[in-house]
Design a protein around this ligand. Structure first.
Ligand SMILES: Nc1ncnc2c1ncn2[C@@H]1O[C@H](COP(=O)(O)OP(=O)(O)OP(=O)(O)O)[C@@H](O)[C@H]1O
Length: 692
């Protein structure tokens, strides 16, 4: 045992790791002893019993030891390189074969001893192993690398598996004693979890596959538990605070606004508004998530929430994830609130310094009632006079950190978070476990399902003729081209070409406009304004219209290259039509190059329910798709996988809530190490959302 704290001790102090190795390990994000011990294997190879090749059948996965006798590289076809090594095994000759590993031959010098894992095949009477994985045996003790279940780590150039095993083994020997169990006894027992020191041993050098799995389970739980505990504590902080402002009971402004809407609120909207108003009238800050499918009428609810503050002489802020969205919100708020005498402002990033300064002054004086902007609203120089409520249109871009930073700013306003893309019910509690939940679960009356079709790109001319007929009947249409991220330029080109083609052919004589992200703000606004007021029939656009656009007379959505969009995005886009009473159509044109693309289109044709599609999206992507989880807005974890580990997630949440309910400060002596672990976890920014 060594004195010191594994969380802060640099990894170069572990035996056999010097400064040079430490630099290489840094590339694996391993800086401290703790990082090293929490560098978990990505898989294991079973070398506990090396069974002779002669006792195995073709098709079996095998692991054997062999010594290279000779090696040959062939290129039977232009894109195929076959490297074949003759090897001496325990009872004679066999061949090891690599496909398309062009540099492998250099490593296979005669005399080299290695472990080989792969598939056994019979080739012309010889035994042959198609290699999946191999490891060169160097001199020295082999007990870590053979005769056992052996860990395989995420590695990087220069750091080999054998080195990692040796380093980690050394670190375990020296440092394991320094690890204190921090999960409370009750939790360990209740969830039948392996204790920390045992789990650290078993996760790296397991005595059996079952024990490796139990160890993994403990670390997954640990990660989810700390995350949930963080949320539970965030929530507890909110509940304890008393708001500095109270709202007046009068609702004149709200009534006026509702009277001017031209429709009645749906019962789902009314219920949600009631939930929000009750929160706002309570002495503690609101902390609520508003979920609702596309077109379900969230904007109205957001406006009512902000008006409640204005009504009482207080201020409200609306935060959007991007400038474009902030602009759109600003325009729509201003349109409906200016007539009521409510002063709304847009605080945008690109403002001239002078304008910004004067706007900040007005915000500080309380002359502006509602301020719309991006997360720039959180900057230090933005000081409100009486900020009572913040509505965050989240769109999956903000996260726990932002919620925390509002609190840190010393303000504890009422908080309403809106998400436009429904989150699968089973997952929403992970990311939003600290929030109360309101769901608008019904669409306004009179909406008809959008008819959804798939066409091959060759059929597009026919589709545009259909668009022309609809326009002739007085409807409006969107034509969307995908955003090619690598090249904004190409993207623009595609939209421009299509626009030219349409005005010369199928849509000649109609009023067609082009909209893209590179246009000046004023020009964009003008085009949108024209489309909204019906002066433009067809809007050809890149994805700038994805969210927030609301033109009820638009009834056709054509999406070109629909295979480039994710399911959530397609659903968002389709949600731009079918917002009025007319029958709406959505036409998806794509080349179906992959199974996933085909499945997405199928799901779109099958369902209009955002919650269903969100679940489906995760299914199609599969649990291994980290990027998919990221896009869905979920926090990222090191080990836990929110789909595979759903049960553990629920357990972690239950335990975290119970703990905070029983001891809201985690004051009891037995929680000393838990408090420490939690502190470290949040310092590392554990389990936050991907921002951007
Ligand atoms: N109760 C209602 N009855 C009829 N129409 C409504 C009702 N509530 C909202 N609408 C209208 O439905 C359309 C969609 O509403 P809104 O823009 O608020 O949806 P949203 O939930 O914000 O959708 P998205 O996430 O797609 O932007 C708007 O044209 C709005 O005026």
């Amino acid at each position: 045992m060594i004195n010191g704290d594994p969380y802060v001790t640099q990894v170069k102090h572990v035996k056999m790791i010097g400064p040079r190795r430490a630099e290489q390990l840094a590339r694996l994000n391993v800086y401290t002893v703790h990082d090293l011990l929490y560098h978990f294997p990505r898989e294991y190879i079973d070398r506990s019993r090396l069974i002779s090749l002669y006792e195995r059948k073709p098709g079996d996965m095998v692991t054997v030891v062999g010594r290279v006798i000779s090696c040959q590289e062939n290129r039977p076809r232009p894109k195929l390189t076959v490297t074949k090594a003759a090897m001496e095994g325990d009872r004679g000759l066999f061949y090891a074969v690599w496909f398309n590993r062009v540099h492998i031959k250099k490593m296979l010098k005669p005399g080299t001893r290695m472990y080989i894992s792969g598939k056994l095949v019979k080739g012309f009477g010889n035994l042959e192993v198609q290699v999946h994985d191999f490891e060169i045996i160097t001199t020295g003790g082999d007990s870590l690398h053979a005769g056992r279940i052996v860990p395989v780590y995420p590695a990087t150039g220069g750091v080999t598996q054998r080195m990692l095993r040796t380093f980690i083994h050394g670190a375990l020997e020296e440092w394991l004693q320094n690890y204190r169990e921090f999960l409370p006894r009750r939790v360990l027992d209740g969830e039948d979890l392996m204790i920390l020191s045992e789990a650290l041993k078993q996760v790296h050098f397991p005595d059996s596959h079952a024990l490796a799995e139990r160890a993994r389970r403990r670390f997954v739980f640990e990660e989810l538990f700390l995350f949930q505990l963080q949320l539970a504590l965030l929530r507890r902080n909110i509940v304890r605070v008393e708001k500095p402002y109270r709202y007046r009971p009068s609702n004149e402004l709200i009534k006026k606004y509702i009277a001017g809407l031209g429709f009645n609120l749906t019962s789902a909207q009314r219920r949600v508004v009631r939930e929000i108003m009750e929160d706002m009238e309570s002495p503690h800050p609101m902390h609520r998530l508003l979920q609702g499918d596309v077109g379900s009428g969230k904007t109205v609810v957001a406006i009512l929430t902000l008006l409640k503050a204005v009504e009482s002489g207080l201020q409200g802020a609306l935060m959007a994830p991007t400038e474009v969205l902030a602009e759109q919100h600003y325009l729509s708020l201003n349109r409906s609130l200016a007539p009521l005498g409510v002063r709304v402002a847009l605080l945008s990033g690109g403002m001239p310094v002078k304008d910004r300064r004067s706007m900040l002054e007005k915000i500080a004086m309380g002359e502006l009632s509602i301020v719309v902007g991006t997360q720039a609203l959180l900057q230090d120089d933005v000081v409100f006079n009486k900020l009572a409520v913040v509505v965050i249109d989240e769109q999956h871009r903000f996260g726990v950190r932002q919620r925390g930073s509002l609190q840190k700013k010393g303000v504890c306003p009422d908080l309403l978070i809106m998400t436009a893309t429904p989150i699968p019910r089973t997952l929403s509690m992970t990311a939003y476990g600290d929030l109360d939940m309101s769901v608008i679960d019904a669409l306004p009356p009179g909406r008809q399902p959008v008819r959804t079709y798939y066409v091959a790109p060759g059929e597009l001319p026919r589709v545009f003729s259909f668009v022309a007929r609809q326009v002739a009947e007085g409807r409006q249409a969107y034509v969307v081209c995908p955003l090619v991220e690598e090249s904004e330029h190409l993207d623009l080109q595609a939209a421009e070409n299509l626009y030219q083609k349409l005005i010369e052919n199928e849509l000649r004589g109609y009023r067609v406009a082009l909209l893209h992200g590179r246009m000046k703000r004023a020009d964009k606004e003008q085009v949108m304004q024209q489309f909204r007021s019906g002066q433009v029939d067809v809007l050809v656009s890149t994805t700038v219209i994805e969210v927030g656009v609301d033109v009820p007379n638009a009834s056709v959505m054509v999406i070109v290259d629909a295979d480039r969009f994710g399911l959530a995005q397609l659903h968002q886009l389709r949600g731009r039509v079918g917002r009025g009473g007319d029958q709406a159509h959505c036409i998806l044109s794509a080349r179906l190059r992959s199974r996933e693309a085909a499945e997405r289109i199928k799901a779109m044709k099958f369902s209009q329910d955002g919650f269903y599609l969100a679940e489906k999206d995760l299914q199609i992507r599969g649990p291994g798709d980290i990027a998919g989880v990221r896009q869905s807005g979920m926090p990222e974890f090191r080990l836990a996988n929110l789909i595979r580990d759903r049960d553990l997630l629920q357990a972690a949440r239950r335990q975290a809530m119970a703990l905070v309910n029983a001891d809201p400060e985690l004051r009891a002596g037995e929680y000393h190490y838990l408090r420490l672990a939690l502190e470290r976890y949040s310092q590392r920014g554990g389990g936050y959302y991907h921002i951007g």
